[in-house]
Design a protein. Sequence first.
Length: 251
Amino acid sequence: MSDGTPADQFFDAAIGLLQRARDEESAAIAAAGTLLADTVEAGGRMFAFGAGHSSLAAQDIVYRAGGLALMNLLPVPGAVGVDVVPATLGSALERVDGLATAVLDTSPLRADDALVIISLSGRNALPVEMAMHARSLGARVIGVTSVAYAAQTTSRHSSGTYLKDHCDIVLDSKIAVGDAELTLDTIPAPFAPASTVVTAALLQAVMATTAQTLAARGTEPPLLRSGNVDGGHEWNTQIMNEYRDRIFYRH
């Protein structure tokens, strides 16, 4: 490890990853922003899904001050977040065949909608099947994953493929296999994961691009304001009423 405290080293590692994501993923970010802007203008709906800690980045773009009001969380019972008990059940559900199909077939997702799927490894059955089935339904898929896993791990889906293989656009988070940025001789395991920092930043960059793309086309982006500023609740109520047919977290 480099000199400095572990805190300094983590910040340096995270900043380095963010710089790589900015520089190396700029074309994919632009393409994803364009895809979402096209979806908004075409009357489509937008969804985001992540299992376990990958759900943190999905939740970061749903019902968010300064974010697009039309982004909905796609829930998979027991797999979103780490609130299921025991926590290991969430990991087990990611490996269950057929779960993604059942969820999508009973969700509001339809042809020409957009689905953002976040999976660091992209190797488990749930995100792979979700991407495959969403595309079979005519939806467009943006995947956020670490491409390195496809070269260094074995797929857990029956097809032998990964999330990255079933997306219209892939955003590579650059996270190393194992998701831990630091090591220390006195600590037996690597530590300090940065995937949430980088994945959330990638998605906020996409959201910013979507908003700017819409504005450049003469379409006002359906953005939410903070409820903690004067007039915020009134603004958000107007937005939610205007787009009520595409906002599912309000019902």
